[in-house]
Design a binder for this molecule. Structure first.
Ligand SMILES: [Zn+2]
Length: 92
């Protein structure tokens, strides 16, 4: 019986060689691995939600240029608001 196994493994190995550069989240309490889309200007960490501006050393090698403060400040305010809400409930 003929199978397509040969074809399948060939496309699998091709996909493995096409990985792009990864960067590490700059949040010291996170350090998650980020895989930015090639050419994208910023990325949000899926683990902690911090957003970073990207800089491409080569088309396949990203570096974090710095955090996007507007987004992160908004995030911090939301977290603070939630904390205040829950502390209000606790003080009742
Ligand atoms: Zn993170």
């Amino acid at each position: 019986m003929a199978t397509d196994n040969g074809k399948f493994s060939a496309s699998e190995s091709l996909r493995k060689t096409r990985t792009f550069g990864k960067v590490r989240c700059h949040n010291p309490s996170c350090m998650g691995r980020l895989e930015p889309e090639p050419g994208s200007e910023q990325i949000s960490c899926p683990t902690c939600g911090m957003t970073y501006r990207l800089f491409w050393v080569t088309p396949e090698l990203p570096r974090i240029r710095g955090p996007v403060w507007e987004v992160n400040r908004k995030l911090a305010e939301e977290t603070l608001a939630k904390k205040l809400e829950s502390s209000k409930d606790a003080s009742k």
